[in-house]
Design a binder for this molecule. Structure first.
Ligand SMILES: [Zn+2]
Length: 164
């Protein structure tokens, strides 16, 4: 019995250390880092700038309730900006009705978002955030329409719509 246990531990230790190395770079942070020095704000500064609901999404990677955002049905021509720093993230030309209850886009404005993998729901998902302030926007999936086949599933609270 003891011998059996010892052997199991000897097998487990190397497996655990391999897993640690694999998962370390994918560790989920409360929010992503800003790429722009001007937007490296403290938690306090963000709390002062944003409403609690928007803070929860942008800075704590929260998710709003499906069908709760009026931007879900926004069909006018314009641009969707980051609610944190006002960087334009999506054009209305790339918006489509995904039926999920969240504003969905098949393509961001080039360079406006960055991605990382998160394990919040155990299954890995690709999180994306504003490339300037690091504010969490949503998750991107591979079941979107042509031409990209991507579905950027965005929190409406993380966006500001600017009419063209
Ligand atoms: Zn931003």
């Amino acid at each position: 019995m003891n011998q059996f246990l010892t052997r199991r531990i000897f097998i487990l230790i190397p497996i655990m250390s391999i897993l640690k190395v694999i998962f370390k770079p994918l560790k989920v942070f409360a929010s992503s880092f800003a790429s722009d020095e001007e937007w490296k704000l403290s938690q306090e500064e963000w709390k002062n700038r944003l409403s609690p609901e928007v803070y929860y999404i942008l800075r704590e990677e929260g998710t709003e309730r499906a069908f709760s955002s009026s931007l879900n049905n926004e069909k006018r021509k314009g641009t969707f900006h980051c609610a944190g720093c006002d960087l334009p993230l999506f054009s209305s030309d790339a918006k489509f009705d995904s039926g999920t209850g969240w504003p969905s886009f098949w393509e961001p404005i080039q360079g406006s978002v960055a991605t990382k993998v998160d394990f919040k729901l155990i299954v890995p998902r690709t999180e994306y955030h504003c490339s300037r302030c690091g504010g969490h926007q949503g998750h991107v999936f591979n079941d979107g329409p042509r031409p990209t086949g991507k579905r950027y599933c965005n929190n409406g609270l993380a966006l500001k719509f600017v009419l063209e």
